[in-house]
Design a protein around this ligand. Structure first.
Ligand code: PXL
Length: 282
């Protein structure tokens, strides 16, 4: 398979295993080149730490992209995650327009979880993020992000298949061609992801046993593994399932070690198996 190149647009949380410190190793480990634009540089992520530094990189994005255009660079996919400000969303939309003609666009809204926006973001941000995700070939929200991008109230589970399908169809109606929705469960004890392809109307579900507790950065681990699998030619359904296995494995190792959950999950030990799983059929 020809070598693929992804452009990952996320923040650098210097400590805490999320965004680019997760996307880079996961994507690279599966044989895909990973170019980056850092949207902000923080000393840690904002989930559970106080006193973190935050340097907004918005003003650097256009000059970086201008330079790349002068070099004639191109990408097979653009993968967006945590963005630094509402203004930055419009600039990232422009990057997608400039580099997205021959590239798949995969958008993880990375802005909310468990019914709450992350610190630093508000509902105006959610609406703008919705307009970026509407441009995506694949959008990868959790249920909170899906609800907020649609201007709907967040609802606790268990969910019904009708509710989940309605959320995914509503996102597709806004423009995203395919949807991978995380945090889906129809019964207590099982948790996973759902996929919807608006072109074929195909829907799939992938569930595993619930691991109690909240683990930070799992959305980024999940979406990065999904991008890696899709770039290696896996179907959306396969990629969604491979990414669930990788995320669950990372959580289980973290749980067994008793590490501080703010430090992110132990995905490193799973990289070898992920690479084998994703690349063995290429
Ligand atoms: O994992 C999502 C994420 C990424 N980047 C930063 C965050 C978070 C979640 O809290 O704070 C800076």
């Amino acid at each position: 398979m020809a070598k693929k190149r992804v452009l990952a647009i996320h923040d650098v949380s210097c400590f805490g295993r999320c965004s680019l410190t997760v996307a880079l190793p996961i994507i690279s480990a599966t044989g895909v080149e990973c170019t980056v634009i850092p949207t902000a540089v923080l000393s840690t992520h904002t989930g559970g730490f106080t006193g973190y530094t935050f340097r907004d990189m918005t003003d650097d994005i256009e000059p970086i992209v201008d330079h790349w255009e002068s070099l004639g660079l191109g990408f097979d996919a653009i993968y967006t995650g945590y963005l630094g400000s509402a203004r930055q969303i419009d600039i990232v939309k422009d990057v997608v327009r400039r580099f997205g003609k021959d590239a798949m666009f995969i958008a993880d809204p990375a802005m909310a979880d468990n019914g709450k926006m992350y610190p630093l973001f508000d509902m105006e941000f959610a609406e703008r993020m919705g307009s970026l995700c509407a441009m995506a070939d694949i959008v990868v929200p959790n249920i909170t992000e899906a609800c907020f991008m649609l201007g709907r109230e967040y609802k606790e589970g268990p969910y019904t298949p009708e509710y989940i399908l309605d959320l995914m169809k509503a996102l597709a109606e806004k423009g995203s061609k395919k949807v991978v929705l995380t945090g889906v469960y129809f019964e207590e004890g099982k948790l996973g992801a759902a996929t919807y392809d608006s072109e074929t109307s195909k829907t799939s579900y992938t569930f595993r046993d619930v691991i109690p507790g909240y683990y930070h950065g799992t959305g980024d681990v999940y979406a990065s593994a999904l991008v890696a699998a899709v770039m290696n030619g896996r179907s959306l359904e396969d990629a969604a399932s491979i990414a669930v296995d990788f995320t669950v494995g990372s959580i289980l190792r973290t749980r067994a070690s008793g590490a501080d959950i703010r430090f992110g999950v132990d995905f490193e030990e799973g990289l070898f198996d992920l690479t084998k799983e994703i690349t063995c059929r290429n």
